[in-house]
Each structure stands twice: as C-alpha cells, then as structure tokens.
Design a protein around this ligand. Structure first.
Ligand code: NAP
Length: 291
C-alpha cells in the first residue's frame, strides 16, 4: 500500500510556483494577485481564507482579503465584485462560501468574471470543463487529478465510483475521470444518498473517491483488494486530546488502507492538494492574461 502524500506533493508544486513567480518578478512584472471576499464572521470561513492568504505569501503572490459584515446587501456585494473584475491589478477573485441567506450564491458566482474565477465555480468554467475545454477546474477535483498524475496512477478502463454528487467535488470529479484524457478514461458510477447497493457498487470498484462528509463511511468490506481510495471527507469529531477534536475522513483508514494499492490519508491527502490547486489556478489566470 502506498500513501498518496498530498502534503509532500503540494510542497513540490508550491516550490515550482515560487520559482515561476520569482522569474515573473525578476522580469520587472508584478506578482500574481489573489483577492478573497469574506462576508460575516464564520469561524471555518475565516480559517479557510487565512490558509489561502498564507499560501499566497508562501509562493510570492500578493493577496488581499476584503471583509464585509453579514449585513452587506447583495447589491453592494455584487458591485464590489464588478469593481474587482475591472481592476487590472487583480489576477484572481474568490468569494468564500457559504454566504448569508439573503445573498444568492448563484448571482454572486455568475457576477465573477470567468477569467478571474480561480475557484472554477462560474457556469462558463463548469461548461468548459464538461466539454473538455481548458478552464479553471474547482480546486478539490483538480487537486485529486494532479495527485493521481504525480503518482502515475493507472486510470484507463478502470471502474471508478464517486461517493457524493456535490457541484464542487463529486460531479466535477466524475466528469474529469470519465473524460478521454489522463487521468481519465474511467467507467464512472456516481453514488448519493438515494443510491441503492452502495456496498456492492464500491466492492466492484478499482478506484473509489469518497466525498460524502460521513465519517468512516467506507469500510473494508466495501473495498476490493488493490483498489485506489481517495478520501475527500474531512469532519471534526470530538476527541479526548488537547484541541478537543480530531479530523476524520469518509474512509475507515485503519481497516481499508491494508487492502488498497494507494490511499490518501486524512489529514495530509486531498486537503493540501486542494489548497495548492487554487494557487495553480491563480498562476494560470495570470499567464493567460500576460502571455
Ligand atoms: P456535500 O455538498 O454535503 O455533498 C455530500 C454528498 O454526499 C451529497 O451528494 C450526498 O447525497 C452524499 N451523501 C451524504 N450522505 C450519504 C450517504 N449516507 N450515502 C450516500 N451518499 C451520501 O459535501 P461536499 O462539499 O461535496 O463535501 C464532502 C466532504 O468532503 C465533506 O466532508 C467536506 O468537508 C469534504 N471536503 C474536503 C475538501 C478538502 O479539501 N479536503 C474539499 C471539499 C470538501 P445527496 O446529493 O443525495 O444529498
């Protein structure tokens, strides 16, 4: 069994990005600039945006976080997005989700200029991705594809099961793995909360991507020998330790890992690859504009 070390690979990618940024700056050009909009005081959102800021600084990007109170109107938020769309100094623009109930996530996403949509959520980017046209792909599926590439995981003709059908993970993942590409060329099945016989479907899979948000859902009896298991899930569960919690994936790691050929750990697998995918997209946006 080989651990798919997302932490190590993401560090390698960060080094590659850092080198590219150094040569951009050495040529007298400004470094890529990521703007993040944060609405309200949600603790998890604060943490995610904090990570994004830290990652930007690590690779030499400029980063700006624009904070707004919960009370901001949709109109005000949209006009802020338009302002950033029109600001030539901003390379990429993300709006941290979720948003307060009175603001439509759909309207917000559709207002972002697709060329600055480094989260890959805009329908133009989703449509391009589905059509196999180069685009910004949402960070988690993009990170998983990159991880598979870097470990040369064979995918052509494999039976792949995706657990979860969210717009940001399950569905794009299923689409990418079914494309005529590497990694890809899989025969893909998507399972969700209404699916029947999930156990049998998983047991026939060569590759399983678990993205449900149900801690330790995937157990050893659901996995065939030699399968590749990618664990996207990350849930905080109470624990008797200093922090009072531990992070648990959607896979029962101890019993599943011994049956697999490759598996991602939680933490240290998909998480760091998701973070670095946003940096990759930001650099891509910069290069598309400036080359
Ligand atoms: P989501 O939007 O809540 O979607 C979960 C999906 O799982 C839904 O399609 C749901 O089915 C399905 N599901 C839930 N319980 C199920 C069950 N018992 N049996 C079968 N299907 C079930 O979640 P998400 O945003 O895709 O995230 C999934 C997990 O990945 C979460 O733990 C999240 O924290 C984690 N995540 C991690 C990263 C990372 O960087 N590591 C990034 C993104 C997400 P229905 O559609 O029928 O409701």
């Amino acid at each position: 069994m080989i651990i798919l070390d997302g932490k190590k690979i993401s560090q390698e990618i960060k080094k590659e990005i850092t080198e590219t940024v150094k040569s951009i700056v050495a040529a007298g050009k400004p470094a890529p600039h990521l703007a993040a909009i944060l609405v309200g005081n949600d603790g998890a959102s604060e943490t995610y945006v904090g990570h994004k800021e830290k990652d930007c600084h690590e690779v030499g990007f400029r980063s700006t976080v624009l904070r707004f109170p919960d009370s901001i109107s949709q109109e005000e938020l949209l006009s802020e997005i338009v302002r950033l769309n029109n600001d030539d100094d901003i390379t990429g623009l993300i709006v941290q989700l979720p948003l307060p109930k009175h603001i439509s996530e759909k309207d917000v996403i559709e207002t972002i200029n697709p060329q600055k949509d480094v989260d890959g959520f805009h329908p133009v980017n989703v449509g391009k991705m589905v059509s196999g046209i180069p685009s910004f792909v949402s960070a988690t599926p993009d990170g998983i594809i990159e991880l598979m590439k870097r470990y040369n995981i064979e995918t052509a003709g494999k039976n792949c099961v995706i657990l979860g059908r969210s717009n940001i993970v399950g569905r794009p993942m299923a689409n990418l793995l079914s494309q005529k590409a590497y990694p890809g060329d899989c025969t893909v099945t998507i399972c969700h909360s209404r699916s029947k016989n999930i156990k049998e479907i998983c047991a026939a899979a060569d590759i399983i991507v678990a993205a449900l948000g149900v801690p330790e859902f995937l157990t050893a009896d659901m996995v065939k020998d030699g399968a590749v298991v990618i664990d996207v899930g990350i849930t905080r569960v109470k624990a008797d330790n200093k922090s009072g919690f531990r992070l648990v994936g959607d896979v029962k790691f101890d019993e599943v890992s011994i049956k697999t050929s490759y598996i991602t750990p939680v933490p240290g697998g998909v998480g760091p690859m998701t973070r670095v995918a946003l940096l990759k997209n930001t650099l891509k946006s910069y290069e598309l504009k400036n080359n």
